[in-house]
Write a protein that binds this ligand. Structure first.
Ligand code: ATP
Ligand code: MG
Length: 434
């Protein structure tokens, strides 16, 4: 058994609530309503972590909230959520809700508003996400023993886990994500429910955008491997990433170890896992592309990840033995703007001497760039028009080809990159071609 975590003392806990949030609850009280601080901010504050956003639950109906505060944005008014703006900061204020909201894309979303905070907490996903604070009365409402689970490092569904996961399949992925983010164990019946085909049927209907968000959040954890190994063991992975699901156990495990060694940069980490795909970098990139498109990764993320997969340093590569010319050609393919990314991933992928090789490669390539190495035709000391003039050539595709040929020579021998010498070489190349 791991030792229990010490949670924030109540005094400090209530002190952590920002003054505008307490003021917001006071204004609600002034109007005869109540406000509770709920959800992620309570959980994170109990753990002594900085809360991301402060959410308030209230028994006031959304229209009442709009009347009570001056600046209110009707963010999700159908679901009872409005954003109250105080001192330039937005706080989500949500009317107490009951069950009836399904996210499987099949049921019409219906919301029932309630007056009871405990019923609102009952529809929440995990016990540690179902704790409310009344900042005025200074009471903690914790009907499902979320604090106990948090202290023990246990993720437990509120109510009957299977029912909750069948109701909303996204919760299965949230469970995997929170297990990684909070580095906690999943309670046995919750874990069984995560693996249940009935839950997967609802999860299959969750939009790819939401799956994408959970993957991104999981990739920000200190050890994303916790989430991704849960996705595999509960057989959730084939729903979203059959490419990764079909990897052999040891290959997948190696990918996960690599993710954990990467800096906390979600696309870089996903690339670290995608390195295992395909028999060659090109085939791997094809599989990764299908996955990234399916999960709605942005064009920027996709291009970055595919570039990392295509230009990965192969396991046996020992770049210290590469000639300068080989290094220049590698750098041209990698492109200077992606150099740091490719090296960072190689460092995270390797250990010991092989890792030192990757770092040394980065240093050598950066030094080359600092010297102003020519990697593209526009880095050459001559332009097309110089060649046309000197060699009395007419414009056309052959000029571009000539420049390419010159670049090839310069990659081997950078000292050739002076106008007169290049023209001389070009003359030789033309002569050879004639
Ligand atoms: P984070 O913001 O770090 O992702 P969070 O716990 O704040 O974590 P949100 O998605 O912001 O998560 O949701 C706020 C709260 O709403 C949660 O703490 C939980 O109580 C509830 N909640 C969110 N999504 C669900 C869901 N799918 N099912 C049940 N309750 C949910
Ligand atoms: Mg949140």
């Amino acid at each position: 058994m791991s030792p229990e975590k010490t949670l924030t003392e109540p005094d400090r806990l209530f002190q952590a609530i920002p003054e505008p949030v307490v003021g917001l609850c006071r204004r609600l009280a002034g109007a005869g309503k109540r406000g509770w601080v709920v959800g992620g901010c309570v959980r994170d504050s109990l753990l002594g972590l900085a809360a991301k956003d402060w959410d308030v639950a209230t028994d006031a109906r959304p229209e009442e909230v709009q009347r009570i505060f001056r600046r209110v944005i009707p963010t999700g008014i159908k679901h009872g959520t409005v954003t109250v703006v105080l001192g330039g900061v937005g706080y989500e204020v949500t009317t107490l809700r009951g069950e009836g909201e399904y996210r499987d894309g099949r049921h019409p979303e219906a919301v029932t508003f309630l007056d009871d905070i405990e019923e609102d907490l009952a529809r929440r996903d995990f016990t540690f996400n179902a704790i409310a604070l009344d900042p005025l009365a200074r009471t903690i409402v914790d009907p499902f023993d979320g604090q106990r689970d948090l202290a023990r490092g246990l993720l437990r569904a509120v109510g009957v886990a299977l029912e909750r996961f069948v109701e909303d399949g996204l919760r299965v992925l949230r469970a995997a994500r929170f297990a990684a983010a909070l580095e906690c164990e999943v309670e046995a019946s919750t874990l069984r429910a995560m693996a249940a085909p009935e839950a997967h049927r609802t999860l299959a209907k969750v939009s790819p955008e939401r799956v994408h968000d959970e993957w991104q959040k999981a990739m920000k954890a200190r050890r994303p491997s916790i989430a991704f190994s849960l996705m595999r063991s509960t057989e959730v992975l084939p729903l979203h990433a059959p490419e990764l699901a079909s990897l052999a156990d040891d290959v997948y495990a190696r990918g996960l170890e690599r993710i954990d060694r990467c800096p906390s940069d979600p696309p870089l980490r996903l690339a670290a896992l995608c390195l295992e795909l395909g028999d060659t970098p090109t085939l791997g990139a094809d599989e990764a592309e299908a996955l990234l498109r399916r999960l709605r990764f942005s064009n920027d993320d996709r291009n970055r990840i595919l570039h990392l997969v295509r230009h990965q340093l192969a396991e046996g590569d020992a770049p210290s033995s590469w000639s300068d010319a080989a290094l220049r050609r590698w750098l041209r393919a990698v492109t200077p703007s992606r150099l740091d990314d490719v090296v960072t991933l190689a460092e995270a992928s390797r250990e010991g001497d092989a890792k030192a090789e990757a770092s040394a490669l980065g240093a050598r390539a950066r030094a080359m760039l600092a010297e102003g190495v020519a990697l593209e035709t526009r880095d050459l000391a001559v332009r097309g028009k110089d060649l046309m003039q000197a060699l009395e050539l007419s414009p056309g595709r052959h000029i571009g080809e000539l420049l390419e040929a010159l670049l090839e020579r310069v990659l081997d021998e950078p000292s050739l990159n002076q106008a007169e010498r290049l023209i001389e070489v070009a003359r030789g190349l033309r002569g050879g071609a004639a």
